[in-house]
Ligand binder design. Sequence first.
Ligand SMILES: NC(=O)c1ccc[n+]([C@@H]2O[C@H](COP(=O)([O-])OP(=O)(O)OC[C@H]3O[C@@H](n4cnc5c(N)ncnc54)[C@H](OP(=O)(O)O)[C@@H]3O)[C@@H](O)[C@H]2O)c1
Length: 197
Amino acid sequence: MSKVFCGLAVSVDGYITGRDPGAGRGLGDASMLFDWYFDGDTPSQVFDSFKLSAPSARVFDAAAGRVGAILAGRNTYEDSEHFGGGSPHPTAPLVVLSHRPVPGMSDRQTLVTTGIEDAVAAARRIAGGKDVGLMGGGVVTEALKAGLVDELILHQVPILLGGGRSFFQELPGHVRLRLVEAVPAPGVTHLHYEVER
Ligand SMILES: NC(=O)c1ccc[n+]([C@@H]2O[C@H](COP(=O)([O-])OP(=O)(O)OC[C@H]3O[C@@H](n4cnc5c(N)ncnc54)[C@H](OP(=O)(O)O)[C@@H]3O)[C@@H](O)[C@H]2O)c1
């Protein structure tokens, strides 16, 4: 069975954006969360424009290469200017989760409005045996609540942003994790966890 996981860039105080993210403003005042994509000499084998440090390239490409579909929350979709009608991933199509209609989606994008279980199921179908990558703190939290997340990868950037959108929102109880790998790299530490069931 394909896995459901997320790999998000996050500050040490747990934010995946800075203050005031949005369309045309990217991550708000936290663009440095993505600096490690471009601060090395090793080209990504998955994302053409990325040049990472060697340890980051290994971790990033291993995760990105597993993805057959992306499931993003409505906020991620809006704040990323609809991904230009495509997907944030070069080969994996995009599924968007919302409670309401999302005008202007392209025929290369799939909208699900009937909840996280249906959205993950749709993404799995599209992924065709590959894994599903989650994007957005709200979607990750909803998928955790539903017991649908297998792995979490935190690309932890050494900064305290002091505000922004949180990686994790409130959960009804504890979720135990098992550390699979911790990789220090220039400008970022990659923390790969499995969700214990
Ligand atoms: N640092 C990184 O690596 C990284 C990666 C990805 C995204 N981001 C950023 O993170 C921000 C977005 O994160 P976020 O936590 O604010 O939002 P999000 O998870 O992208 O989207 C949340 C929205 O998804 C919809 N949704 C969530 N659960 C649902 C459910 N069970 N059923 C139906 N719809 C559901 C709702 O949309 P409706 O309100 O329309 O119903 C909700 O408001 C963006 O600014 C994005 O750029 C950062």
